[in-house]
Design a protein around this ligand. Structure first.
Ligand code: GLA
Length: 386
């Protein structure tokens, strides 16, 4: 559909079509910026770009989703408050240039079906897609980790959202039918196969993540404060990843109650990810589900990033037959839950949760049965044929 829009707008076929997926995180929440572990999946919801290069240094950018367009010069890339949707692409072009890559102008159309502001990383998909598109259009050679780093830099330093590395990483390096187990400290990773007989089902609370940005920053600061205070006790730690429960007990008198809770979440969540990978590899899906349930409780009680709607969706899910585990996913304060459901129960699950949610809150939840998909670097971009 983006390709057709390109033809309509620019009058001929695009040179390149590139896709980058959104993501859902199975477990490992609010651990990435603490140097911890995460286990996300790239999903079959994508942002697609159609583009061709230009001889001058102008960029003509069209958003199908926002039905809007904007034009700028590569000589002076600035934030555009009037077209905020364009900043993710602007940021990528800007940092490619400042890092010495040579760009040309381009005609670009993009859009997709990753729900926006739902915690499924539509912005990371735009950023990763824009880097991969630039590689194709301008014949740039970036190593996979460079792609991830640059996409995240656009989000951190151009869009000014202080996110961790998980979203851009999985959008670039996800693998079909696999989750990705990532150590956010040294960026080593491996793909863990998923099981055919269970479905990953995402329930969208439909509630915009109003507090997500401000509360996310508060959590980030609290984690840094906790590290600083633990260091005053003589612990040589650089991040909460390096703290264990025994350390925490010793140090607990110096930490304020709130920092103690935040730290406890990060320690226990990292532990849960390591366990989750082990049990997934052994095929013990019940245990995997229990870890998801425990993750939700910790995010709700210790990290305090859940919401009434998310708690209701999770409780409804946990009461359904065939459900192995359910939890909120992403930054929190609205957005989505992720559920691991036996394949044969998927349909009845979707119906029951939808009905229950409407009954409890008078709200509609969108339900997506997701397929674990390839990331943008897995070769899903193609040179346009016509
Ligand atoms: C957002 C951020 C990620 C991560 C999650 C919470 O999605 O972009 O980097 O911190 O929240 O796990």
């Amino acid at each position: 559909m983006v390709k057709e829009a390109f033809v309509e707008i620019f009058g001929s076929a695009p040179e390149w079509v590139v896709q980058a997926p959104g993501r859902v995180n199975l477990i490992g929440e609010h651990t990435d910026y603490n140097d911890g572990f995460v286990l996300p999946v790239a999903i079959d919801r994508i942002i697609e770009f159609a583009a061709r290069s230009r001889k001058d240094c102008r960029v003509h950018l069209h958003s199908v989703d926002f039905q809007d367009q904007v034009e700028f010069s590569l000589d002076c890339i600035q934030e555009d408050a009037g077209h905020p949707w364009s900043n993710y692409v602007r940021g990528v072009f800007k940092f490619l240039e400042t890092e010495g890559y040579s760009l040309k102008g381009a005609d670009v159309v993009f859009g997709g079906n990753v729900p926006r502001e739902a915690g499924l990383s539509s912005s990371a998909a735009v950023e990763v897609g824009a880097v991969v598109l630039s590689m194709k259009l301008f014949d740039l050679n970036l190593a996979p980790l460079e792609v991830v780093r640059l996409a995240r830099k656009a989000e951190n330093e151009f869009v000014n959202v202080p996110c961790g590395i998980m979203d851009q990483f999985i959008s670039a390096l996800g693998k079909q039918d696999h989750a990705l187990f990532l150590d956010c400290r040294d960026l080593t990773y491996r793909h863990v196969p998923l099981h055919e007989n269970v479905k990953i089902i995402v329930c969208n609370s439909g509630v915009r993540r109003a507090l997500a940005a401000s509360e996310y920053e508060i959590r980030l600061k609290q984690c840094r404060q906790a590290v600083a205070q633990l260091r005053t006790t003589g612990m040589a730690v650089n991040s909460l990843r390096e703290v264990n429960l025994a350390d925490l007990e010793v140090a607990s008198p110096v930490l304020r109650e709130v920092l103690l809770k935040r730290t406890r979440h990060v320690i226990s969540e990292n532990h849960r990810v390591l366990e989750a990978v082990k049990v997934l590899e052994k095929g013990c899906l019940e245990q995997f589900g229990e870890l998801m349930n425990a993750s939700h409780a910790s995010l709700r009680d210790d990290y305090e990033v859940s919401s009434k709607e998310l708690d209701i969706l999770v409780a409804l899910a946990q009461g359904q037959p065939g459900v192995l585990g359910a939890r909120m996913t992403g930054a929190g304060f609205g957005g989505c839950t992720v559920n691991l459901v036996r394949a044969e129960a998927a349909e009845s699950f979707a119906k029951a949760v939808k009905e229950g949610y409407r009954k409890a809150l008078g709200l509609d939840a969108d339900i997506y049965v997701c397929k674990a998909s390839d990331g943008a670097l897995a070769g899903c971009s193609t040179r346009s044929q016509d």
